[in-house]
Write a protein that binds this ligand. Sequence first.
Ligand code: PEP
Ligand code: MN
Length: 358
Amino acid sequence: MLISLAPDAPESTRQRLLAAAIERGLKARVLADGQGGEVVGIGGTLGPDVARMPGVIRVQAVHKPYMLASLEARSPSTVMVGDVAIGNGPPVVMAGPCSIESRENLIEIAHAAKAAGARILRGGAFKPRTSPYSFQGLGEEGLTYLAAAREATGMPVVTEVMEVDQVDLVASYADMLQIGTRNMSNFSLLKRVGAAGRPVLLKRGFSATVDEWLMSAEYLMAHGTADVVLCERGIRTFDSTFRFNLDLNVIPGIKELTHLPIIVDPCHGTGRRSLVKPMSLAGIAAGADGLFLEVHPDPDNALSDGYQTITPAELAKIVLLSRAMLDALKECEDEQTTIPDVVHMPEVAVEEIFASIA
Ligand code: PEP
Ligand code: MN
């Protein structure tokens, strides 16, 4: 159940709620509600007298399997990564190489990505690879290069953590921890990462339903963090034409279910460099809070995922087009243009219709 507390609710109410949950052996978490108050999430039900406690403004029985991640819990969240805000604002671009290759290469990419408009640097040090014979990442050495690139550019960094016993190490270098698609349902990892004190980028499992994905977010939140950003990175369908199929339904759709921000990864989502620009724009048009892009100065010779990696110049183009597209959409919305009734004007030429809107 979710219990909403007014901004001026007495501390004693909060304490009584938490004590009552503990007494019944229930898990309880407190979140800011985004309106100055708080919401207490309890993994079970307390008695009806809860509604009469001073400062309690609402009690909701949540019928979804996830509770803290649900839209019932709070208004849309903004997640801070260093000084970069994700959600409720302009889309944030996170960009960098699939795998960290060397110190010089990473710093070069970081400067180029920043100049192109990226705000957060991505790069894998511990890499989940389909083949055991593929490059597995530089490990801790790669993390030190990430820290050096942050130092050189001022950009916060996000990197994947694959195992429970790597969490402290990765968290000591990274501003944001990434859970990859293959680990979305690794519940021991989610518990540990949720308690690591860093914001989390949670990629969707490539065969996961939206409910399963949000339950993984719930695991992170139930274990401590309020700062989760979802990342749609493509799913498997019956069609194997593309490496994966980017599911853009979820971008507007998930905003009806959760307060968590969502970003799009069109590189893994398509597996094809030529599709990254159009699908980035499509993701932004659908309302994504950001993009997650693989960038390398020489994609054909990148150590991993080169076929879906773009150049810094292509990144700059995507950023410029996204901004222009959002400005144009906003301008049209602000003008509150009246759309002519085309159904009852079949003989009117299309040019005339557009001329009348302009
Ligand atoms: C990545 O972002 O480099 C990555 C391995 O992604 P995913 O987990 O989506 O395959
Ligand atoms: Mn990759």
